[in-house]
Design a binder for this molecule. Structure first.
Ligand SMILES: [Zn+2]
Length: 120
C-alpha cells in the first residue's frame, strides 16, 4: 500500500507547533543548566542539591528525549513523511497528532507495538 501523505497546509500548521515546542524545550534546558552553573560558580551549598542525580536524569532523559523526538518529527516534515504511520503507512489521526505532535505511529500500530513489547 502506498503511504498516505498529509495535506501541505496541515504540515505547515504542525511545523509551527513543533517549532514552538522546540524553543520551549530549549529554553527550559537552558535555564535549568544556567541555574546549575550559577550555583556551582557561587560555590552555593545548594549546588549539591541541584547536582542531584534526579535533576540530571530529568535533563538527560526527559527534556532531551523530547527534544530529539521533536527534531526527528521536523526531519520527517522536511522529508514529507510527517503524519504518516511508519508501520502501516496510513495518516495518523489528527487528534493523536494534536496530543502528541511527534507521534511516529498511528494509534492502532502503537497499541499493537505496546502489546507485543508487553508480551515478551
Ligand atoms: Zn499504523
Amino acid at each position: 500500500m502506498k503511504p498516505q501523505i498529509m495535506p501541505m497546509q496541515d504540515a505547515a500548521a504542525y511545523r509551527q507547533v513543533l517549532r514552538r515546542k522546540k524553543s520551549e524545550l530549549l529554553s527550559e534546558l537552558r535555564s535549568e543548566l544556567a541555574a546549575m552553573i550559577e550555583l556551582q560558580e557561587q560555590d552555593d551549598p545548594r549546588a549539591a542539591t541541584v547536582q542531584d542525580r534526579s535533576v540530571l536524569e530529568r535533563l538527560a532523559n526527559l527534556d532531551y528525549k523530547e527534544l530529539k523526538q521533536v527534531d526527528a518529527a521536523m526531519d520527517r516534515l522536511e522529508a514529507g513523511t510527517y503524519g504518516t504511520c511508519s508501520e502501516c503507512g496510513r495518516l495518523i489521526d489528527a487528534r493523536r497528532l494534536d496530543a502528541l505532535p511527534w507521534a511516529v505511529r498511528c494509534r492502532f500500530c502503537e497499541e499493537r507495538n505496546a502489546a507485543l513489547l508487553g508480551a515478551t
